[in-house]
Structures are given as structure tokens and as C-alpha cells.
Design a protein around this ligand. Structure first.
Ligand SMILES: [Zn+2]
Length: 248
């Protein structure tokens, strides 16, 4: 199994990060270590260098934290040979309501799309409550898109699939009916699985308020149940897709 999106350098892992990576190595084949801000990106690059061949970096800038966008774009250029993808980047209309700020998000997202095209790297998209606009911005472009934690409509999901992009189903599918419906309609060829750790934990015990990459199996099992097929089949497809998309 491969977790295709986990924030390995998030501060809540600071106290036991090496133990967690060690546990991931025992249970998984690879983890895509994502970042959403400049300082997190620096840490992700460093951690992935230490765990070369197991952790792979995608670096980006969250649409609610655009003050660092130029620095992140520069960092991507400088590390283009070392990273597996760009992102997360995109639009967030859930937290940002002001029209002028949304325009600013679009202007920055455009730069990330262009850079993904220029460097021929997959673009991991954050699209909370802005799925349609994100899709409009990438649909005529060459950038290959991964809709991370996709929460949009089933109609738009079909359009995204038609364009050949990927939809990443998270451990949210374990506790959200709408995400399970999205997973049911998703062909295996377009499926990635992610935990978005340390967020979206499917296990609600005291210790496991944090999510961990190995919980990806819960997402696989939930998707398999929804589709009425074996979990093994879902895991295999998601792993193969992650290897193809991130070239690992
Ligand atoms: Zn994320």
C-alpha cells in the first residue's frame, strides 16, 4: 500500500516522527509526504532525503496562506529533480469568502498550474468548496491533476474522470456518506487513496486522534465494501496508480 498524501512534517508528529516513519516502513511500501507551506516544504525535503526511496515529496502552498507562495514556487524550481509532484495548491472557498481574496488565490494557482506544466510534474489540488473553479482552471491545460480529498459533486467527478485526472479518496470515506458515494462511482483507474495524516483519523480513540499513514487500509476496505469488490483489488489499483502518477 502507498499513502498518496500525508503531512509527515506536521508539528503534531514532532515528538515521535522517526518512530512513525519506522512504523510506516513496516506496514507500507511508500508515502507521499505533502506540504502546504514554505517551512513545511523545507522540512519535507529534508525528511524525504533521509528516507530516500520510501518517502517522496510534493511541495506546495495552501490557498489560505499565500504570503509564502513566491518562495514555494522558487523552492519547487530549485528542487525539481527531487520532488514527485507539486502541491498542495489550489483554491479554498470554504475559509475564504471575500471575492478579491478568491481572485488572488486564482492568480497564484495559475502560477502553480503553469509550473506543473513546465516541469511535467503532477499537480495535487486542494479544492475545498471550490472544486468547480479548480476544474475549470485545469481542464484545458496540460497539467496532470490529482484532486486531493475531493468533496465536490458526483457530476463534476464524472467530468474530472473524463479528462483523465485522478481523484484521491481519503480516510474521510470511513465516516462520511457523501465521500462513500463518490468512491462508489469512481473507476479504479482514477483512484488514489490517502490519509491526509495527521488529519481525518478514522479511528476515534484517545491515542489515535491523530491519523497515521497505515490507516490507509481502512479507506481501502471502505471503498472496496462500497464497490462490492475485494479490498485487495482496491489496494492494488491504488498502489499501481500512485506509482504511475508520482513516478515512484
Ligand atoms: Zn493535505
Amino acid at each position: 500500500m502507498i499513502d498518496s498524501h500525508a503531512h509527515m512534517c506536521y508539528p503534531t508528529y514532532d515528538k515521535d516522527r522517526e518512530r512513525i516513519v519506522g512504523e510506516c516502513r513496516k506496514r507500507l511500501k511508500a508515502v507521499i509526504a505533502s506540504s502546504a507551506r514554505y517551512d513545511e516544504s523545507l522540512k519535507v525535503l529534508e525528511l524525504c532525503a533521509m528516507h530516500n526511496g520510501f518517502l517522496y515529496a510534493t511541495i506546495g502552498c495552501h490557498p489560505t496562506e499565500l504570503q509564502d507562495a513566491e518562495k514555494v514556487l522558487d523552492l519547487i524550481q530549485k528542487n525539481k529533480g527531487k520532488i514527485a509532484g507539486i502541491g498542495e495548491a489550489g483554491l479554498d472557498y470554504h475559509w475564504v469568502k471575500e471575492p478579491e481574496k478568491r481572485l488572488e488565490q486564482k492568480a497564484v494557482f495559475e502560477k502553480f498550474i503553469s509550473l506543473a506544466e513546465e516541469l511535467n510534474l503532477p499537480l495535487v489540488i486542494h479544492s475545498w468548496d471550490a472544486e468547480q473553479d479548480c476544474f475549470e482552471m485545469v481542464k484545458g491545460r496540460d497539467a496532470f491533476a490529482v484532486f486531493h480529498c475531493y468533496s465536490g459533486s458526483r457530476e463534476l467527478e464524472r467530468e474530472i474522470i473524463r479528462k483523465g485526472h485522478m481523484i484521491s479518496v481519503s480516510t474521510q470515506a470511513c465516516f462520511s456518506k457523501s465521500h462513500r458515494k463518490l468512491a462508489r462511482d469512481l473507476p479504479l483507474e482514477n483512484l488514489l487513496l490517502e490519509t491526509d495524516s495527521p488529519f481525518l483519523s478514522p479511528v476515534k480513540t484517545e491515542e489515535e486522534k491523530r491519523n497515521f499513514p497505515w490507516n490507509i487500509t481502512y479507506a481501502a476496505e471502505r471503498v472496496a465494501k462500497e464497490k462490492g469488490i475485494g479490498a485487495e483489488k482496491v489496494m492494488e489499483a491504488a498502489e499501481e496508480n500512485a506509482r504511475r502518477v508520482f513516478r515512484i
